[in-house]
Design a binder for this molecule. Structure first.
Ligand code: FES
Length: 244
């Protein structure tokens, strides 16, 4: 359940381009940054429903989110300027377990979003491997200094060595490939989310061979818990209501 059922209003303190993405900084106010991999619902100006984003960075007094402008909601968020205000709810869901011995952070595309905050919370600069589809997208690797980077056609899975406690976030095919290589990996999944706290059932997927709400069970799950492909119960056209 959310720490507070009501969203609070937060002022934009910065908006920076990172390759094709935007790093949106918000005044933290009274919000707890939560555990890495948890998410926040951000109001998308002019759109009916908020959008889910995992926390990217937690500088003092701020919360920062990495946004990929791929739809009307995310484009509206990327268009915000300093001083604008939006409603924020969170932290929500279950993030990564941090009690690992030999972490390896694995990110693909916009899936690198939770990894800077995860690296900070793990301490000691854990190794990071990242995959992007273009050199422009790969500019976002600057958020994780020292990361090893693969650009298409090289796959990030080619950079994963044996013996690591893998903690991954990225597109679904990448997560399945990581799960096949590392059955004990912790993986952050994505599904359409309209509320973020269990009320709308828009995020129901098959977890542990039963239909469950990803916003409550995850979005971070041990690899064995979501074996099949994410199967949305809402038809694609309905899911479009909460498209990015
Ligand atoms: Fe509404 Fe999960 S997002 S139930």
């Amino acid at each position: 359940m959310p720490s507070s059922a009501s969203p609070s209003t937060h002022r934009v303190t910065g908006s920076e381009r990172v390759g094709p993405y935007t790093l949106l900084r918000l005044e933290r106010g009274g919000l707890d940054p939560g555990n890495p991999g948890q998410f926040f619902m951000l109001e998308a100006p002019g759109r009916l429903l908020p959008r889910p984003f995992s926390l990217c960075l937690a500088p003092p007094g701020e919360l920062a989110f990495l946004v990929d402008p791929i739809g009307p909601g995310t484009e509206a968020l990327c268009g915000l300027g300093i001083g604008d205000e939006i409603a924020v709810l969170g932290p929500l869901g279950c993030g990564y377990r941090l009690d690992v011995d030999r972490p390896l952070l694995v990110g693909g595309g916009i899936g690198i979003a939770p990894l800077p905050y995860l690296a900070e919370k793990l301490g000691g600069s854990p190794p990071v491997v990242l995959g992007f589809r273009t050199e422009e997208h790969a500019e976002a690797a600057a958020l994780l200094p020292g990361a090893e980077v693969a650009v298409d056609p090289v796959l990030v899975t080619e950079l994963i060595g044996p013996g690591f406690d893998v903690m991954a976030c990225g597109p679904e095919p990448m997560l399945h490939a990581v799960a096949a290589l590392c059955p004990t990996a912790q993986l952050a999944w994505e599904a359409p989310m309209a509320c973020g706290y269990g009320a709308c059932y828009g995020c129901v997927v098959e977890i542990d061979a039963a239909l469950k709400r990803l916003c409550l069970e995850g979005p971070v799950l041990d690899a064995h818990r979501l074996n099949g492909h994410v199967r949305y119960l809402v038809p694609a056209e309905s899911a479009g209501a909460v498209s990015r």
